[in-house]
Write a protein that binds this ligand. Structure first.
Ligand SMILES: Nc1ncnc2c1ncn2[C@@H]1O[C@H](COP(=O)(O)OP(=O)(O)O)[C@@H](O)[C@H]1O
Ligand SMILES: [Mg+2]
Length: 382
């Protein structure tokens, strides 16, 4: 499963989305406003109350507690003054983070724009407010040209995996995972309809509302794939890796310029991870646990092999319905400039829902047993 520590790769300078997410995955960082952040204590009626420590305010928002430290931004649970409704506030943590949050703000403005024919905010996070971080809270800045912005958005406290783990029967969990996959696909589709690709789709960037609907967030690495006339932008020859190694497509991982299909790989890997993860008996995770230290290079080779067309489907798609094989086959037919057939993908997923009457493998992945079975089959069939 995802270890919550994967870091996204540095961002491209050409579109302002590109800011560094460099950093050690294991690094423990101090939240940006640690002193005096309110505690989440409860009163006699069980309601959250403000702790006795001094309040920290940014604009009209009171910081409640830090909830996430990403590569670019520090993320806080906040409440508007006079309200108990939890919201999320993101501030940049360094100069490059400042560019990223500024760009994220632009992207989120596009998402909530009123004149779209359709509501694009069902599967994509909604921005509620933005502003400039007060001067006395700013960090020492290297690049004075970028203002520190803060972003306020809806809170997505739910977790797909936690919800899946609540399923009493495996079949129910499997069907739920497929439904969540379709909801996430809707978010990807909406973003692509706006001419943008996410480039960092992974479990850590997908949340849920209380009402259980799946929502994609972290727009810090979004890029326009269409130009102003709505034509596909020309591919660049030199592109550094953008995204997160484990979850990026093979093409993105080796530094290719990305298109809509690359987001769909992130979506696909996230779905496989969900399917494997909710049984709590982790199957072999083909692309996640890769902090290889001095073996990092070898491990990258294994990971890329798992993403290549020569991947061992029996291992990688071990716990997945058979239509997942068709999904990855279809994705392999798409090039960078192709517009994927999202409805076809949704229909493949729906098929999986119907044929989901089989049982998932509940046992721990046993590689010796797997090799033995393979050996038996070899003897039997060849
Ligand atoms: N709207 C949100 N609702 C709930 N949690 C969030 C929200 N936005 C961010 N987070 C939490 O903060 C973490 C970092 O935020 P993210 O936007 O992904 O920043 P980064 O670009 O630095 O990765 C996320 O992984 C998630 O745990
Ligand atoms: Mg993130």
């Amino acid at each position: 499963m995802t270890d919550g520590s994967s870091m996204s790769k540095a961002k491209d300078e050409s579109n302002m989305a590109e800011a560094s997410k460099a950093g050690d995955a294991e690094e423990k960082e101090t939240p940006r406003f640690p002193v005096g952040v309110r505690t989440d204590s409860k009163d006699a009626n069980g309601r959250s109350v403000v702790g006795s420590t001094p309040e920290i305010r940014i604009g009209k928002y009171v910081l409640v507690k830090p909830i996430g430290i990403g590569g670019n931004g520090d993320v806080y649970k906040v409440c508007e003054i006079g309200s108990n409704k939890p919201l999320i506030l993101k501030v940049p943590k360094q100069t490059c983070g400042a560019k990223s949050v500024m760009f994220e703000n632009i992207v989120m403005d596009v998402i909530i724009k009123k004149d779209h024919k359709e509501d694009r905010t069902i599967g994509l996070v909604r921005k509620l407010d933005s502003g400039l971080v007060p001067n006395n809270m700013k960090l020492e800045k290297l690049d004075k040209s970028v203002e520190d912005m803060f972003l306020v958005m809806e809170s997505l406290p739910g977790s797909i995996l936690d919800n899946l783990k609540k399923a009493k029967e495996v079949t129910k969990g499997l069907n739920k995972a497929i439904d969540y996959g379709i909801e996430m696909l809707r978010g990807v589709y909406d973003l692509h309809q706006l001419g943008m690709i996410h480039r960092d789709l992974k479990p850590e960037n997908v949340g849920m509302f209380e009402d259980r609907s799946v929502v994609i967030f972290d727009m810090g690495m979004v890029r326009n794939f269409l130009d102003q006339e709505g034509r596909m932008r020309k591919p660049r020859t030199h592109v550094g890796m953008r995204g997160t190694d484990e979850w990026a497509s093979y093409g993105a991982e080796v530094g290719g310029d990305q298109g809509p299909v690359d987001d769909l790989w992130g979506w696909f890997y996230t779905m496989v991870d969900n399917l494997n993860g909710f049984t709590d008996k982790n199957a072999f995770q083909a692309w996640t646990p890769y902090d290889g230290g001095r073996f990092a290079k070898d491990i990258a080779c294994i990971r890329q092999f798992m993403k290549s067309p020569f991947f061992p489907a029996q291992i990688v798609l071990d716990n997945c319905p058979s239509s997942f094989y068709r999904i990855q086959s279809y994705l392999r037919t798409l090039g960078r400039t192709d517009i994927p057939d999202y409805l076809y993908l949704a229909s493949l997923l729906k098929d999986s829902r119907i044929d989901a009457k089989r049982t998932m493998k509940q046992h721990e992945a046993d590689h010796m047993q797997f090799l033995q079975e393979l050996y038996q089959k070899e003897k039997l069939w060849f």
